[in-house]
Design a binder for this molecule. Structure first.
Ligand SMILES: [Zn+2]
Ligand SMILES: [Zn+2]
Ligand SMILES: [Zn+2]
Length: 353
């Protein structure tokens, strides 16, 4: 079989050769006519398909399809996308908003996705209100959410823009919707902050529990079990900021004349720390922490006595923070880690209950 001697046509020429003559014209708002192929338009957009398939009075070669309502020079970019599924970054920069509107009106999901991404990347304080309104009209929830986030994080600056002032005068419902979102975002932020603070309280308490066991079993600096010679004891431990606060509290508890029932708050705090220890203590028999056995006995006799839901929650949270801290870091590293310890002031500020 003989090979063709003529060189193969390049892609563009081949496409032009294979492509039939355009059989429709797209008409823009300026009256510009863009020749196009009805089959390609119809396959890319069901809306254009139904326009093209409408019964017509005149011959198909005279067919005009109006695409109005956007600047005339955005229409060729739209048509180009229907042919190639592509548009450049410059085109997105210049016509992104109009292309999103066209993608929505003519049901072209790929272009809608492209515009959602493109516009989200180009969001600014100055254009966010316009893009938000459009995202709402065009049912583009991802873009809408991005706008809302930018709005709520930069609301002061946005409120100064022309776009926002226009919105206030012309779309009070949308203004309200945005303000509500900002309000909810603020409460979500507060809730997260509160949760973080609570978590750090549980971590501090779990560390206090470690220190309490360590003081009552090994002794530390000047406080320790009564049968231990503390004068031989070495310097401060690695968690000394927490440990020291606890030692002062223990010393106070041992000597205070007012005591818990007398209304001493420091004694009450120590009492609660002993009780918390007993609630999570894993060594029922050899435990040397004061009052541990007494609290346990009391709890056995009256399982629900004196412990309400909040206390049980606290116990669960501290126990899990303790488990996490002993699991998450290898022992050696834990000692080198800068301590997030409580100093004396923090120790006093802990509200247990
Ligand atoms: Zn210590
Ligand atoms: Zn006291
Ligand atoms: Zn114990």
């Amino acid at each position: 079989m003989e090979l063709h001697s003529t060189p193969p046509a390049d892609g563009v020429i081949a496409a032009a050769v294979e492509m039939p003559e355009p059989d429709v014209h797209v008409v823009t708002s300026s009256g510009m006519l863009i020749p196009a192929h009805s089959k390609i338009l119809a396959s890319a957009s069901p809306v254009l398909e139904s326009i093209i398939e409408r019964p017509q009075k005149r011959r198909s070669s005279d067919r005009n399809i109006p695409i109005l309502g956007v600047p005339y020079d955005a229409v060729p970019v739209f048509i180009q996308f229907l042919y190639s599924r592509k548009c450049t970054e410059e085109q997105m920069e210049k016509f992104g908003i109009h292309l999103l509107a066209l993608a929505h009106v003519y049901s072209v999901p790929q272009l809608k996705q492209r515009c959602t991404r493109g516009l989200a990347q180009r969001l600014t304080v100055d254009n966010v209100v316009d893009v938000f309104q459009l995202a709402r009209l065009c049912n583009a929830p991802d873009l809408r959410l991005k706008c809302m986030k930018l709005l709520s994080n930069n609301f002061k600056a946005v409120a100064e823009t022309e776009g926002w002032k226009f919105l206030q005068n012309h779309d009070p419902y949308l203004e309200l919707e945005i303000l509500q979102f900002i309000d909810e975002a603020e409460s979500r932020r507060k809730m997260r902050r509160r949760r973080r603070e609570q978590q750090s309280l549980y971590i501090q308490l779990s560390e206090a529990m470690d220190c309490l066991e360590h003081i009552c079993s090994e002794g530390c600096t000047s406080v320790g079990p009564s049968d231990m010679d503390l004068s031989k004891h070495k310097g401060p431990c690695s968690k000394f900021s927490t440990c020291h606060g606890l030692q002062l509290l223990i010393k106070h508890f041992g000597t205070c004349m007012k005591r818990v029932n007398g209304g001493c708050l420091r004694c009450k705090r120590m009492w609660q720390l002993f009780r918390l220890h007993s609630s999570i203590c894993g060594q029922p028999d050899e435990c040397r922490v004061p009052l541990c056995r007494q609290f346990k006995l009391k709890a056995q006799q009256d399982p629900r006595g004196g412990s309400d839901e909040r206390w049980r929650l606290l116990v669960r949270k501290v126990a899990s923070a303790k488990a996490m801290s002993s699991l998450s870091l290898p022992k050696r590293k834990r000692e080198e880690e800068p301590r997030m310890g409580m100093d004396n002031r923090e120790m006093r500020s802990i509200k247990l209950y």
